[in-house]
Design a protein around this ligand. Sequence first.
Ligand code: ASP
Ligand code: MG
Length: 421
Amino acid sequence: MSLIVQKYGGSSLADAESIKRVAKRIVETRKAGNEVVVVVSAMGDTTDELLDLANEVTPLATGRELDMLLTAGERISMALLAMAIKSLGQEARSYTGSQAGLITDAKHGSARIVDVSPTRVRAALDGGAIAIVAGFQGFNRGTGDITTLGRGGSDTTAVALAAALKADVCEIYTDVDGIFTADPRVVPNARKIDRITSEEMLELAAAGAKVLYIRAVEYARRHGVTLHVRSSFNNNEGTLVVNPKEGESVEEPIISGVAADLSEAKITVIGVPDVPGKAAQIFTLVAATDANIDMIVQNVSTAATGLADISFTLPKSEGARVLKALDDDKRLVGFHSLQYDDQIGKLALVGAGMRTNAGVSAKLFTALFEAGINIEMISTSEIRISVVTRADTINEAVRVVHSAFGLDGEEVAKVHGGTGR
Ligand code: ASP
Ligand code: MG
């Protein structure tokens, strides 16, 4: 008997009909002789609607109360789904995050899982029932309060339960057929990837691929959980995200995919004295804001002035905070001025095979050059090359790079009109 954890996203649970459809699918999995644990997101756009509602009441809601509010979304889904399953003659029991033993730290809005003790879930399975767990939420022992794991956190709940219960697979059901070589809305003939390593998936997720949340992939990688990302609207095989063991050789394509991200901005610190310690000062100030910075580039200082410029990228939502922090200490650091640019796009090319394959960057830069696209920043890891371009050229950049690396497929990918969530 296999133990399968299935996670259904909000787009798969949009209304009563969808809930009944998903219930059928779950019952089929159970009847095929598997133990089934289901993790649910809130129905459709419920989480956004609850946030809007809170904002109408007050823009100053505290983390504790916001978490109390938002966790209600997943509780609605879990109860309705359990009812739907029972009406099909199968035993089902729903559990909140805290009932399911998801213990977190106390950070409201972005809590981290510190312990998972799914005793009640295990008991439900032993009693022959299907266990339904509300995603995206936990409980802090110190404060005794309910927490949420941050937007998209239900993926992480599913992976954490799969790890704790030693599940055979964690299936992530969404409204697209799996992970694609590029966003099918940008590259219509992008191909579905059958199998990808979690290492590559992490790079793609970090580079803006939105089908899976990065924290869930990290958790799966650390605990050796196999993920299967697939559509709840058909029975097609999706994408397996696997964790090859150390030394295990896998046939790796040179390039797995291309991702793009338009949510970042670039800050340039102009006229930084070219002496030891300045980068340390600047990034200590940035770190104190808790911002998530990504690419960093420092140009060579001109001999005449002894001044250099340092640029870095960060989420647009963190731009204002970081600019202020730097500006507050402008005198101390001794730089000349700050420049903010939110019209950038970031493209990342990912593939484990590029580790052993020369010429990948040359091919990438050539493809962009031939399309007349200017590269503003470059950074690399072992299995990724990222470039920054103007925002309005990013889609074209993705298309030419996808094509240059032979990733274009024969068919036009089916997009079910959803967001991939
Ligand atoms: N409902 C939450 C959100 O929309 C959690 C999730 O969907 O995973 O962010
Ligand atoms: Mg959602």
